[in-house]
Design a protein around this ligand. Sequence first.
Ligand code: N2P
Length: 370
Amino acid sequence: MLRRLLAASLCAAALLAGSLPHPAAAQAEKTLNVYNWSDYIDPDAVAKFEQESGIKIRYDVFDSLETLEGKLSAGRSGYDIVVPTSEPTFARLAKAGALLPLDRGKIPNWGNQDPALLKQVESSDPGNRFGAIYLYGTIGLAIRPDRVRALAPDAPLDSLDLLMKPENARRLAGCGIAVMDSAIDVLPTVLKWAGRNPNSSDTADLRVAEEALLAIRPHVRAITASSSILDALANGEYCVALTYSGDAIQAQARAREAKRGVEIGYVQPREGAQLWFDMLAIPADAPNPEGAHAFINFLLRPEVMAGITNQVRYPNAVTAATPMVQEDVRNDPNIYPTPEMLARTFTVQALPASAARAYGRSWNRFKAGR
Ligand code: N2P
């Protein structure tokens, strides 16, 4: 009798198990593995998505494209959402088949994105098949205007000369100069400043950029992660730092809150600033593509995007979010660039592999100082 009962219940359990998803799969559907830039989301957005969807977010951060590429190059990263910059990383991943084509049927908020900006990123992703626009910005200088004026009164406050002319760098060295540790995101800006093609694969051009960097190297205190530059800037540790626009403005906001007399400004170099777009994308082997689509759709809600921009000080591409963004953020031309400022930006494209390696070697020589 007991044996028969046991057999029956085992049978029922087996039947039940057959009708339910595999336990590992069910587990995967309950978590979403997100790999995003540091200091790049509103914590409330993460909490709200978790609460609404019942999906738990496991959130990891990176602070350079080199780190992101290193993590993704081998495949099987385990991530469901990654946020590569349109050029070069996102374009490269899309071309290599490393990303899942987005199913727009699962992203009803897709149409919230500004069509003009979507068109602009189509050069990296024809048909916008693999990515939604998360945030965008420029690369330039975070500065402490009062200190710079005191130490180098004749130096221009709107130009990369502030960093790249050795006589300026020498005078500002004691006050702290930092450059973010990314060949991919720094060398185009230096090439542009030197009057070269910012997207050059030409060894002679790269040589010019490298020589210019080596000339200021003795005056540079730190070539380090963009995330640690943000923290140090907010504490007043640097007078000039080459970094991402919104990071400078986040540091400005934090320094103001701390009320210790540290004033920080952002300079979009007049020589031309690199404009970039960070894309929400799903790795081809993502464990939870369903959840990833739901998360992208959630982020494209105007009120969610407005909250993110308010928090991280980068503009987004959701048109209806703009009126919900705080006035001081919305009206800051260093966050939402004016048409004139946009006209003075440039974009890059992925380099051939051999040129990308040469950039890496130049960068290592800059870091080593020889
Ligand atoms: C966030 C930096 C993200 C901008 N800290 C780089 N695309």
